[in-house]
Design a protein around this ligand. Sequence first.
Ligand SMILES: [Zn+2]
Ligand SMILES: [Zn+2]
Length: 346
Amino acid sequence: MRALVYVGPERMEMQQVAEPELRPGEALLAVSAAGVCGSDIHGFLGHSERRKAGLVMGHETVARVLETGPGVSGWRPKARVCFNPLVSCGVCPACLSGRQNVCPDWRLFGMDRLHGTYAERIAVPACQLHSLSESLPEEEAILVEPMAVVLHAFRISLVETPGTMAIVGAGPIGMLALVLAKLRGLPQVCVMDVNEGRLEAARRLGADLVVHGGHRDAVEEVRAWAGGAGAECVLEAVGLAATRRAAVAAAAKGARLVFLGLAENESALPWIEMTRNEQAVFTAFAYTPRDFQASVRLVESRRFDLKPWTESLPLEEGQRGFLKIAHDPGSTLKLLLRVGEPSRAA
Ligand SMILES: [Zn+2]
Ligand SMILES: [Zn+2]
């Protein structure tokens, strides 16, 4: 079958690869579309330890069931589906307490040796499948996975709805956080980024303030907007030392800081100030099956639309698409690779 294979830093190429093997408990899927995640871009640039040459990446997927292996019931051929690409052991204390995202053995399709969905077909555990309605556009359906990340972050870090939220980073995760904040009725949300096109998108998606992070007084702009005291909640969705520091500086005393960005491992932060200001620090990673299920429902409700900022390319043009999204995305937020037959007309 055809697949887009990562062959080295900044290089993807179409290759013929072996068909997936369908094992008991699994479903064989025909992939129709796969989204490009920030972590795939990280891998493409050669920055990911767990994405090595020879890997087929891709874990945001719309597909149809082709056939099911022994022991699988309830899925008919042609059923339109997405799947939770994060697989956990199911038996460790983390899994048993519903925190599958911190299972010591979690695996992700499109990472390590587990091929992902920049390929015509894939076999996945049937218990990871979720049904999708026929009317949901592919551009919306591929947002189930990143929106699950945002739902998870909100669920574990926000007990009460803050009055002001600042989002640092207007990539797909930051933008979906803006969307979710607005859907949840957060009164004031601001977005900081260095990409003008994405800031304009944030404005159109309902941001009350957009701030160019390159401005010398960017943090002061956020603080002033939040009544001079800083934002009650700051969500960081980049993961660089500079953006993490900006997130702390933009936060009010007693604020909640939610770190999602995964760009750099180590960053110095002003811990004495943060401690004296009693800022609560949360980190959030991926999602649990519960968050993924909630995300399917939210995306199916079609209450937001990122299609104006989604670009779609055939899988064969993946190399070009990756170069663009990695180096010069402009206002494009999400890249969708069309793999096989569209799973929905139009
Ligand atoms: Zn992802
Ligand atoms: Zn586990």
